[in-house]
Write a protein that binds this ligand. Structure first.
Ligand SMILES: Cc1cc2nc3c(=O)[nH]c(=O)nc-3n(C[C@H](O)[C@H](O)[C@H](O)COP(=O)(O)OP(=O)(O)OC[C@H]3O[C@@H](n4cnc5c(N)ncnc54)[C@H](O)[C@@H]3O)c2cc1C
Length: 586
């Protein structure tokens, strides 16, 4: 049942209280209420406006600009290693959380990512082999995330993905693209022309993602019947919302959790704009914090769970000293170059700059959910290794070891985007830099202080140099020479410079610092570590160290950032968390 005002709630006590109805929180709400004897209250700060066109039409995913009510609208502190630039970081502020506003790419990382998680947490349950079932059907007893469905255009997808690594019986719709743009076949040609550097791979969700697709409509996205499939429209879809034991209150912003003697059982929230009174609700079993990488540590710190010295200096009573809360903030960094494409008639600007064309496409989408508006950001992504013979890269490997978790894990993600008129982005998916989320001492309940820490490690500049070189190498394929005009903007200066003999790396570094952007994948601020470890915030079963009754389940628990887009990994950890919580003897 959905509620908009706390006075409508049937009770002040629930078995479980989930803070944040986002990607992870929605999974937990759904799975825990499968048992009709258990009741769950979800407190979500945003609205339930998940039918808004901006959230439903895949094409509009990139138009949710900062300033939207669906975004928390975070801005980082000036980044000292980036000439004091600030970064606007998005997080969903609506039911479904970031899964309601993200770019929908569905990628479950490499087997190496999960094996590393198992290694650092000492819990073999996190290994790839043990986690596969949470993505897809291998064991009938385990719940899965993915429901692989036909694309919007119903094209024949045989041979374009590996059915053996997908599930058709999960909850969350995933499909191949339902519309092909003329860029797609050029990308295919580039892959074939440059297959040594950019080798084709059948399916990047096999655990072995290295390579790039050679089929025109290839990326796998959380799109079902031409519409976004978010955690809200899937896990909190109508049939689940109708459950008598599921209570979802929107517009409810949680400030703190509390309890006594190291047991947490109370949650305090208010409804800004509706009722500013502080309301307290109680859990009989557990409070589950799923407020995302930026807000989860904020709630923990406000509740006295964090670095005791810092909390005391802010006059917050210490519940437990956990210095890792808010530390280890880790995000992928991206860089891009744009090229002209003479006479292109179907880049995204065809619709974003032409109201008539946009109205027609929207009309087609509204009529039968087909056409150009059924696709998200891109129809192709690639996962690549760094060039291990480059002296720069050898140096990084010598200093840090391989920054990727395993030799089958990527260092870079390549994303050709049909916009700009053509943009080639490359992402560092193995960042070494770390930042932090802290309370703002002058207003602890206001936005946290986010220092995203980009390039605090020089190694990330070096990795990004490789990202820039990869973009340039990719753009040198004959098909691009034949079909693209010149590079546009700052990347043109680099291409026209002397990077070939390594003398102009200062120019590349300046380009990186001035143009790095985020793709909003931050993790790590309530990191998972082995039971008994002297660092970390949660144990491998998501329980906050030293406390009972409180778990954290969201992107904040990843101690290392996955080497892929992060939503599928978040879905998988939430699915496993639900199993762990159900099996726990209270
Ligand atoms: C713009 C954007 C594009 C992205 N693109 C992709 C992509 O293409 N593919 C991909 O795999 N990943 C992508 N990601 C990342 C991915 O979506 C996230 O990593 C993932 O959804 C995070 O899940 P979560 O459960 O940790 O947090 P969220 O899904 O953000 O959920 C947190 C929820 O808690 C609520 N909340 C926060 N504070 C409070 C409070 N005090 N009280 C009550 N409720 C609160 C929030 O409103 C939100 O609903 C993108 C993210 C963004 C923002």
């Amino acid at each position: 049942t959905l509620y908009t005002e706390f006075t409508q709630l049937p009770s002040t006590t629930y078995d479980y209280i989930v803070i944040g109805g986002g990607t992870a929180g929605s999974v937990l709400a759904n799975r825990l209420t499968e048992d009709s004897r258990v009741d769950v209250l979800v407190l979500e700060a945003g609205s339930a406006d998940t039918e808004a066109l901006n959230l439903t039409v895949p094409f509009f995913s990139s138009s949710i600009l900062p300033g939207s009510k669906f975004d928390w609208n975070f801005t980082t502190v000036p980044q000292t290693a980036m000439g004091n630039r600030t970064i606007q970081f998005k997080q969903g502020h609506v039911l479904g959380g970031s899964s309601s506003i993200n770019s929908m790419l569905y990628a479950c990382a490499s087997s190496g990512d999960w094996n590393r998680l198992a290694r650092v947490t000492g819990d073999s349950g996190w290994s790839w082999d043990n986690l596969i079932p949470y993505f897809r059907k291998v064991l009938l007893t385990v719940q899965q995330n993915e429901k692989f469905v036909a694309p919007a255009d119903n094209h024949n997808t045989s041979g374009q993905y590996d059915p053996a690594v997908h599930s058709t019986s999960g909850v969350n719709g995933v499909s191949l693209p339902g519309f092909s743009f003329s860029l797609d076949s050029l990308v295919t040609e580039a892959v074939l022309e440059r297959s040594t550097e950019f080798p084709p791979v059948l399916d990047y969700n096999s655990g072995y993602p290295l390579g790039i697709g050679k089929f025109n409509r290839w990326t796998q996205s959380t799109i079902r019947d031409g519409k976004r499939s978010s955690a809200a429209t899937s896990y909190l879809g109508e049939t689940f919302m109708d459950r008598k034991n599921l209570h979802v209150l929107v517009g409810a912003t949680v400030s703190t959790v509390s309890g006594s003697q190291h047991h947490i059982d109370s949650v305090t929230f208010s409804q800004p704009g509706i009722n500013d009174t502080n309301v307290e609700v109680k859990s009989l079993k557990e409070v589950i914090l799923s407020a995302g990488t930026m807000n989860t540590p904020k709630i923990l710190l406000n509740s006295g769970i964090g670095d005791a010295n810092v909390l005391q200096s802010m006059n917050i009573s210490v519940v437990i000293n956990l210095p890792s809360v808010g530390q280890n903030l880790t995000d992928h960094t991206a860089i891009a170059g744009a090229w002209n494409r003479p006479n292109v008639t179907d880049s995204l600007e065809t619709w974003t700059n032409n109201a008539t064309a946009a109205a027609e496409a929207l009309n087609q989408w509204s009529t039968n959910h087909t056409g150009p508006f059924t696709d998200g950001l891109t129809n192709r992504i690639g996962f690549l290794r760094l060039n291990e013979s480059s002296p720069d890269v050898i140096n990084i490997f010598d200093t840090y070891g391989d920054p990727a978790p395993q030799s089958n894990s990527p260092h870079l993600q390549l994303i050709p985007v049909n916009s700009g008129p053509v943009t080639f982005s490359a992402v560092n998916v193995v960042p070494i830099s770390r930042g932090s989320v802290q309370l703002n001492s002058s207003d602890p309940f206001g936005p946290p202080i986010i220092d995203i820490g980009y390039y605090t490690s020089q190694a990330d500049i070096v990795i990004m140099r490789q990202a820039v070189l990869t973009i340039i190498e990719w753009a040198s394929a004959p098909v691009w020479q034949e079909n693209l005009g010149g590079p546009i903007g700052p990347i043109a200066d680099i291409i026209n410079s002397d990077i070939g003999n390594g003398t102009d790396m200062n120019l590349v570094d300046a380009f990186i610092v001035a143009n790095t952007f985020t793709i909003n994948h931050a993790v790590g601020t309530a990191g998972m570590s082995a039971k008994g470890a002297s660092y970390g915030v949660v144990n491998p079963d998501f329980l906050v160290k030293g406390l009972s009754g409180l778990r954290v389940v969201d992107a904040s628990v990843f101690p290392f950032i996955p080497t892929s887009n992060t939503q599928a990994p978040v879905y998988a950890i939430a699915e496993r968390a639900a199993d762990i919580i159900k099996a726990y003897k209270h």
